[in-house]
Design a protein. Structure first.
Length: 72
């Protein structure tokens, strides 16, 4: 995992303000005071399957057509 330190206080507001608040999910990956995920680490890093993929599946499951139809 590459070490990239992006301050969350900077990234979240700049990105999140482009979308309605109810449509934004913000997740900071990496360990406090440790290495953070670089762009590729989110899809191909050695911990992606364990730490990132479950979050992606959960997010997509909330908005897929089958899940939405169950709510109606």
């Amino acid at each position: 995992m590459d070490i990239y330190h992006f301050p969350p206080s900077f990234l979240k507001p700049e990105t999140a303000k482009l979308f309605p608040e109810n449509l934004v999910t913000y997740k900071l990956f990496g360990e406090p005071h440790g290495p953070h995920y670089a762009h590729y680490d989110l899809v191909g890093g050695r911990l992606a399957m364990e730490q990132v993929y479950p979050c992606i599946v959960q997010f997509l499951s909330q908005y897929d057509l089958t899940s939405l139809q169950k709510l109606l």
